[in-house]
Write a protein that binds this ligand. Structure first.
Ligand code: SAH
Ligand code: SF4
Length: 377
């Protein structure tokens, strides 16, 4: 098996070129061909030294992911289902707006956190995606859409790690992928336009602040430990005081001066007046500068949960805004193709079975971060 060059950030590609006996600067040329031009054929890379062009095919390839399906919604949202092998598939969603194009990227096939309101969580966990599989989503969509619009202009201006999976439970593959997104020779996105969304893997939030401090969104969903333990089982390992302290510690490194807190609105569960008061109390106690993003719950049959009444969402948002906490209600996009938040089910062959789901949830809670490898490799 030759190396898939989508697996490398620029440092990693430079080291790879050196191993082939080539000068490191050749890596920059190669990297630009791959990520800026979408090339997958070494023969195309006309300004690359002929010796390298001839050497590469024996050692390397550039491969995206096979597309299982593509659905285009009425509002311009596009959802892809990518085959990642062995019966697993992941979803990627492109969301066009007037002033930006956002790509919602998956980080795992399934997810081990098992949040009650999340369709991915209900499927269980299959495996981590590799750096190449994370980047292939961006590489394929960017260059496909560019080709379709017959343009050389950048299509994707923002990336959110909000597809399937918990990105901070796949840290070693995530960080090189983020570096390629940010690299001026890669996609050249600014740190504030790349967002990692996490259910609260506290030690990895600390590492991300040091290694690659992009914009951070934290999926809060509940203002008390009792409720959050139930909705986001990872809370039993990293409770709210630790989570809010990790948010506070992230802020000095963050590209913006606030953390986004996501809050999925569930009827009668976390949307009551007492919940918003508890939330304000939590924010005051922690001192974290936060923006609240209220997400209308997208129901799916097995959840047993209901969407909040629009009046309850409005009242919740008003109370927060009145107290000086900037709050937005997320618009739902692409709902005619099930591309909205939490509807991304992909097709994951759960390596656990339904009967052991509770055991698996416990496992998720006991998850320990591995000693990170050098992320550029
Ligand atoms: N695992 C990460 C990122 C992927 S989930 C995380 O949890 O942050 C991206 C966002 O979608 C999270 O805020 C998540 O809570 C939200 N979400 C999950 N299921 C949802 C649903 N059914 N309706 C609305 N939002 C949902
Ligand atoms: Fe995993 Fe995020 Fe879904 Fe929770 S909300 S199960 S962390 S993908």
């Amino acid at each position: 098996m030759t190396a898939n060059l989508l697996d490398f950030d620029l440092e990693g590609l430079a080291a790879f070129c050196e191993r082939l006996g080539e000068k490191r600067f050749r890596a920059t040329q190669l990297f630009r061909w791959i990520h800026q031009r979408g090339a997958s054929d070494f023969g195309q890379m006309t300004d690359l030294a002929k010796s390298l062009r001839e050497k590469l095919p024996a050692h390397a390839h550039i491969a995206g992911l096979p597309v299982l399906s593509r659905q285009d919604a009425k509002d311009g949202t596009i959802k892809w289902l990518f085959d990642v092998g062995a019966g697993d598939a992941v979803e990627t969603v492109f969301i066009p707006e007037d002033d930006r194009g956002t790509l919602c990227v998956s980080s795992q096939a399934g997810c081990a956190v098992g949040c009650r309101f999340c369709s991915t969580g209900h499927q269980g966990f299959s495996r981590n995606l590799s750096t190449a599989e994370i980047l292939a989503q961006l590489w394929t969509v960017e260059h496909t859409l560019r080709q379709e619009s017959a343009s050389t202009e950048r299509v994707i201006t923002n990336v959110v790690m909000m597809g399937m999976g918990e990105p901070l439970q796949n840290y070693n593959a995530l960080v090189p992928a983020l570096r390629v997104m940010l690299d001026d020779h890669g996609y050249g996105l600014s740190r504030r336009r790349v967002t990692v969304s996490t259910s609260g893997v506290v030690p990895m939030m600390e590492r991300l602040a040091k290694d690659c401090p992009v914009a951070l969104a934290v999926s809060l969903h509940a203002p008390t430990d009792a409720l959050r333990d139930d909705l986001v089982p990872l809370n039993r390992k990293y409770p709210l005081n630790e989570l809010m302290a990790a948010c506070a510690a992230y802020l000095p490194q963050a590209p913006r001066d606030f953390i986004t807190l996501e809050y999925c609105m569930l009827d009668g569960v976390n949307d009551r007046p007492s919940d918003v008061e508890a939330l304000l109390d939590l924010l005051r106690r922690s001192g974290v500068r936060a923006k609240l993003n209220l997400i209308p719950f997208n129901p799916f049959p097995q959840s047993g949960l209901r969407q909040s009444q629009p009046a309850a969402v409005q009242a919740f948002a008003r109370t927060l805004n009145d107290a000086g906490v900037v709050t937005t209600v997320r618009k739902t996009r692409g709902d005619d193709i099930d591309a909205a938040c939490g509807q991304l089910a992909g097709d994951v062959r759960d390596r656990t079975n339904a009967a052991s789901r509770m055991a698996q949830r416990r496992q998720a809670i006991q998850w320990h971060p591995q000693t990170p490898k050098e992320p550029s490799q």
